[in-house]
Ligand binder design. Structure first.
Ligand SMILES: [Zn+2]
Length: 173
C-alpha cells in the first residue's frame, strides 16, 4: 500500500494502529528501549488512497520509454525529450505527444513532424497506467516483502509477527 520509515511504522504499531506482519533486520533504539524493526505492517483501520497518477516530466517519460530512443531504438542515458508534433507547430505537451529521443535523432528531426522528417516512432506514446505499486518501483525491495507483492509472491503471508514493540526489549547497559 505504501512505504514508510521505520520510525513511523514503529509508532503505528506501538500506537496499536497497525500490526507487524514481518520483522526486518536490525533494531530500532529509542532513549530507553530497543525495538525489533517491523518490515511489513498491516493497518488496523481502513485507508482510502487514490492511485498514483504520474505527472508528466522528463524522468517519467524516460521511464515509460525504458530509456530507449523512440525513433532509432537505441538504449541510452543521453536522451532528450522530443515533442512528436513540435511545439512550434502547436504540438501539445502531453503524454501522447512526448517521447524519449537520443541526441542524434532529435537533431535530425529538428522542428519537424515524424512524417516531414521521414522518421518513424517505434510505438504510439500513451500515458502510463496508474499503478498501485508505483512507489515500489525503481528501488531495492527487502526479501520479506516479496510475499505481499503479487508479482513476487511464492508463499502465503505469515501470521502476524509476535506483537512487535508491545513488549519492549529493555536496552542493554
Ligand atoms: Zn535515436
Amino acid at each position: 500500500m505504501n512505504v514508510c520509515g521505520v520510525r513511523r511504522a514503529l509508532l503505528l504499531v506501538l500506537g496499536q494502529k497497525a500490526q507487524a506482519l514481518e520483522l526486518g533486520e536490525g533494531e530500532y533504539r529509542s532513549v530507553s528501549n530497543v525495538f525489533a524493526v517491523p518490515s511489513v505492517i498491516r493497518l488496523l483501520y481502513l485507508v482510502k488512497r487514490p492511485l498514483f497518477t504520474r505527472r508528466l516530466s522528463r524522468r517519467e517519460v524516460f521511464w515509460r520509454d525504458q530509456f530507449t530512443c523512440q525513433y532509432c531504438g537505441k538504449q541510452t542515458r543521453e536522451l532528450t525529450l522530443d515533442h512528436v508534433v513540435p511545439r512550434v507547430l502547436n504540438g501539445p505537451h502531453t503524454w501522447e505527444n512526448v517521447v524519449a529521443a537520443c541526441v542524434p535523432c532529435n537533431h535530425r528531426k529538428a522542428g519537424r513532424t515524424p512524417v516531414q522528417a521521414r522518421m518513424r516512432l517505434q510505438r504510439e506514446p500513451l500515458p502510463p497506467r496508474a499503478n498501485p505499486y508505483y512507489h515500489l518501483m525503481h528501488r531495492p525491495l527487502p526479501d520479506e516483502w516479496s510475499i505481499y507483492l503479487p508479482w513476487m509472491a511464492q508463499r502465503r503471508p505469515a501470521e502476524p509477527a509476535a506483537a512487535v514493540g508491545s513488549v519492549p526489549v529493555p536496552a542493554q547497559a
